[in-house]
Design a binder for this molecule. Structure first.
Ligand SMILES: [Zn+2]
Length: 124
């Protein structure tokens, strides 16, 4: 009983650690493996990328988060609201990136072969 639960937990941890899956050979790997293999499947070496809609989603999430940080800063800043427009930009940028990393972790992308060919949105 405890053994089974342990196995289940281990399997869960493994799928958490390797959220990506090759669409061709079903090999599971992590973001680190993908980077090390030069944005290709570490197993069958097929070039892989995030699908178009996923990059669009990442861009939207990043922009929304950055926009919200700017909005919240301006609203809460009172008389310093104009100062926040200048000082807040780097924070908004970092918050946008953090939100994108969060999305990558929580909703891992389904990789597609050659997805980054003619796309205008190169976020990664
Ligand atoms: Zn593969």
């Amino acid at each position: 009983m405890t053994n089974l639960r342990w196995l289940d937990l281990r399997q869960k941890a493994q799928s958490l650690g390797r959220p990506l899956e090759c669409p061709l050979c079903s090999f599971r790997f992590s973001f680190r493996h993908l980077q090390r293999a030069g944005r290709a499947c570490p197993h069958c070496k097929v070039p892989l990328g995030y699908p178009y809609w996923y990059r669009l989603l990442l861009a939207a999430v990043g922009l929304c988060t950055a926009g919200y940080v700017m909005y919240a800063g301006c609203k809460g800043g009172g008389p310093d609201a104009n100062g926040w427009l200048l000082v807040g930009l780097p924070f908004a940028f970092v918050a946008g990136i953090a939100a994108q990393v969060f999305v990558l972790r929580v909703f891992p992308p389904k990789l597609a072969p050659h997805a980054e060919g003619s796309a205008w949105l190169k976020l990664t």
